[in-house]
Ligand binder design. Structure first.
Ligand code: 3AL
Length: 163
């Protein structure tokens, strides 16, 4: 869709279209809808990022919690499934799966939200070493790193919808 078509959407279709820009968080789309008309794609992107910046810390944490664990076999949004498949995270060897499993759990126990990385910008090997390093960080660093990754994920999701 182009920006003109996006500007012509009614609220229901707009919110459906953008409901997972931030995982399971349609409130972002509701906020951004009221900012129409968008002059171009970067205007729309800016409004989603602005929404995220202004969220209270507790809600930011909730957006992090909404993300599935990497390599998880549990049901997840189509967006997440496609992203994880593109990095080969659905085809891990047994030992890679074990590393992901052990570190995902450790990370979640320490921080209370899953380890999040924008898989479109990272290879499987990079992710497997990064999850070990990020575990060593403190809470404040991981909230801001997580939100930064969530914003990159959101950018690719928006670019997939608006051409
Ligand atoms: N946990 C986690 O990083 N999840 C994700 N990363 C990504 O690029 N898409 C996701 O759903």
């Amino acid at each position: 869709m182009d920006v003109n078509e996006i500007n012509a959407c009614d609220q229901d279709s707009f919110v459906k279209l953008f409901s997972n820009v931030f995982e399971h968080h349609p409130e972002a789309a509701e906020y951004v809808y009221d900012k129409r008309p968008f002059s171009d794609r970067s205007h729309l992107l800016k409004m989603f990022f602005h929404y995220m910046e202004t969220l209270p810390l507790e809600v930011k944490k909730q957006v992090l919690i909404n993300h599935p664990m990497l390599g998880s076999k549990k049901p997840m949004t189509n967006e997440s499934k496609n992203e994880q498949t593109s990095a080969g995270l659905n085809q891990l060897t047994n030992s890679e799966e074990e590393v992901m499993d052990v570190y995902n759990k450790r990370y979640y126990e320490k921080f209370g939200f899953p380890y999040i990385i924008c898989v479109k910008e990272n290879s499987k090997d990079r992710i497997l070493s990064d999850i070990k390093k990020r575990y060593e960080n403190d809470m404040e660093t991981e909230i801001s790193t997580g939100i930064n990754e969530v914003s990159k994920i959101a950018m690719y999701r928006i670019l997939d919808i608006v051409k």
